[in-house]
Write a protein that binds this ligand. Sequence first.
Ligand code: HEC
Length: 146
Amino acid sequence: MLRLAALALLVTWTPGACVDVGDPWYVERPLVVVPDGPISWTDHVQQILHDHTCDACHSGADPSGGMDLTTADGFVAGGDSGPAVVPCDSGHSLVTSYLEECFMPPDETPGGQRCLDAAELEIVRRWIDEGAEAVYDAATCPAPSR
Ligand code: HEC
């Protein structure tokens, strides 16, 4: 009985506000390769954010930093610090520095912190530079501001 209770506790326990999002990053996956064509949220970016457990903390009723990373709109809208993404301009997007400096995912990520590798970073940056599937697309993006 006691063992059952301990098991139930183990199964239901989640750290902080984070939710269970299925396979953690350390489940074997093929290395991510930067595709030639346009980058899409559904085919590329969402999987990368999931592989790095971003959606574990940035989802649900009370997402970390007030930002929901389960949808492209949530990603672009950002959270407490304002927009995380400036469509067409990865150089001025808050999330770029967070990812390049591996401030996100943070040390305390459930299952362990794994920083984005160069290919994954490039995919996220390109998605932003191609308009982040927001107001613009690759053809209508204005030149990035300096
Ligand atoms: C272990 C939980 C956790 C994980 C995993 C995590 N974050 Fe965060 N994130 C936070 C917390 C807490 C904050 C708010 C505190 C802060 O900004 O330092 C935050 C803030 C942010 C912000 C700033 C939001 C704002 O407006 O203040 C961005 C952007 C962000 N995270 C992106 C990501 C991305 C992208 C990933 C995956 C690569 C990720 N995070 C993974 C917990 C997490």
